[in-house]
Design a protein around this ligand. Structure first.
Ligand SMILES: *[C@@H]1O[C@H](CO)[C@@H](O)[C@H](O)[C@H]1NC(C)=O
Ligand SMILES: *[C@@H]1O[C@H](CO)[C@@H](O)[C@H](O)[C@H]1NC(C)=O
Ligand SMILES: *[C@@H]1O[C@H](CO)[C@@H](O)[C@H](O)[C@H]1NC(C)=O
Length: 388
């Protein structure tokens, strides 16, 4: 008996559906019908410079229970090659960051003494909540705010393998770095299919940075020499702080301009954060950061951010006094730097300041008039970077 044409077609179709369904039942269903895809790891680079509030921003990420955080891992590269320069070490730093993002900690073999090591061999390891709580160190639970001071005492004996374990345990890997001066070195990471790189470009008023650097000259000496590179010998000692700032300011301009030339899809992976905006509205700006990289702003973190920006806890960090004082500290250059220095600095950092929305002062009187707000509410980069 011949079925009508339509009927035959339907039967053929039905049998094919059955075959396909069987096939997926046998081989494919794990992938097709899984309730939730495993979350793709998120890789975040906080890209900044010395004395720009990056330790605090690093902590904002590092205290989140989903985050494995390391502070300035490239310190190991720089301190291995102290007679080299920032530029020569760019690629080594880039490759180090890539390996860490992928939780491959064997990359540190090149920069540490051979033999057994502890997680405490890592620079500033105690700043990482992930290395201070379970499953790495059972004194603290994962959703507790960790105290670097206590961690350093209780968790320093864990073997180095734990670093890799902690890294793999978290959905987000966040690295804070101050030793990169352009974006070109990072281009391959932005398009690397094994990475999901997002970059927070953190900047601060160069006049406040300069003042802070004056108070930490000795601490920063090795790094500053490597920044100056071949110019170290040819620059007069009293000009060196300005020359270092010129290089740092230029790096921010170069990075911002490079972001502008990227395809729009890649521009979405950048967020520009001015430290001063964070000081003025810590909860709003933290919320913006978290949203950018897909982290929940849990209630205990909100309380903590509220607390630390009001002077409770985290004594050694940027917000060591209350929020009004943090604002005050961010203005301290206005009464503690002579206008002559400010003027010189504005000469070498003018382009960066214009670009980032830091208004220049033209006299000692303007400088010390605190009614003059020197933070421009809109900066020209607003449209380029992700607004979060
Ligand atoms: C915030 O401060 C209050 C009062 O000092 C304290 O009881 C609380 O434990 C703090 N919370 C966090 C998360 O730091
Ligand atoms: C800011 O700090 C300076 C110096 O410590 C102090 O003299 C001034 O009163 C402070 N201003 C405010 C508004 O707290
Ligand atoms: C300080 O700046 C404000 C705002 O521009 C201005 O109104 C005021 O006159 C200035 N004060 C002095 C002493 O120059």
């Amino acid at each position: 008996m011949m079925l009508p044409k339509k009927g035959r077609l339907l039967m053929l179709l039905a049998s094919q559906v059955i075959v396909i369904a069987l096939f997926f039942h046998m081989f494919g269903h794990r992938h097709l019908f899984q309730e939730e895809e495993p979350r793709r790891p998120m890789h975040v680079l906080v890209l900044s410079s010395w004395r720009s509030g990056s330790s605090f921003v690093g902590q904002l990420f590092g205290q989140h229970p989903d985050v494995f955080y390391l502070m300035e891992p490239a310190w190991h590269v720089w301190m291995t090659f102290t007679s080299s320069t920032a530029w020569k070490l760019h690629m080594a730093v880039r490759d180090l960051l890539r390996s860490i993002f992928l939780c491959d900690m064997s990359v540190f073999d090149a920069y540490m003494e051979p033999g057994p090591r502890k997680q405490s061999s890592l620079f500033q390891w105690e700043q990482s909540r992930a290395l201070c709580s379970s499953p790495v160190c059972d004194f603290f639970s994962g959703d507790q705010i960790s105290s670097p001071k206590h961690c350093k005492v209780l968790c320093s004996q864990q073997p180095f393998d734990m670093v890799e374990k902690a890294c793999r345990f978290h959905s987000h890997v966040v690295l804070k770095e101050v030793r990169l001066f352009n974006l070109q070195a990072l281009y391959p990471l932005l398009t690397d299919p094994s990475l999901n790189l997002h970059i927070v470009h953190l900047v601060r008023d160069p006049r406040a940075v300069f003042r802070s650097r004056e108070h930490t000259t000795l601490e920063l000496m090795t790094d500053s020499h490597m920044v100056l590179g071949q110019h170290l010998k040819t620059t007069k000692k009293e000009d060196q702080p300005y020359y270092a700032m010129q290089i740092i300011c230029k790096s921010h301009v170069d990075i911002a301009k490079a972001v502008q030339t990227l395809p729009e899809a890649l521009q979405q992976r950048f967020l520009l954060l001015r430290y001063e905006d964070l000081v003025r509205a810590p909860l709003d700006q933290t919320s913006r950061l978290y949203k950018f990289v897909g982290l929940n702003f849990f209630p205990h973190l909100q309380t903590w951010v509220h607390n630390v920006t009001r002077g409770k806890g985290m004594g050694q960090h940027a917000f060591h006094t209350n929020a009004r004082d943090a604002l005050n500290v961010s203005q301290a250059w206005r009464w503690s730097l002579p206008y002559k220095k400010v003027s010189l600095l504005q000469d070498v950092c003018g382009e960066a300041m214009d670009l980032l929305g830091y208004l220049q002062v033209r006299s000692q009187k303007e400088q010390s008039n605190l009614s003059l707000d020197l933070l421009s509410s809109s900066h020209t980069l607003g449209q380029v970077y992700q607004e979060g």
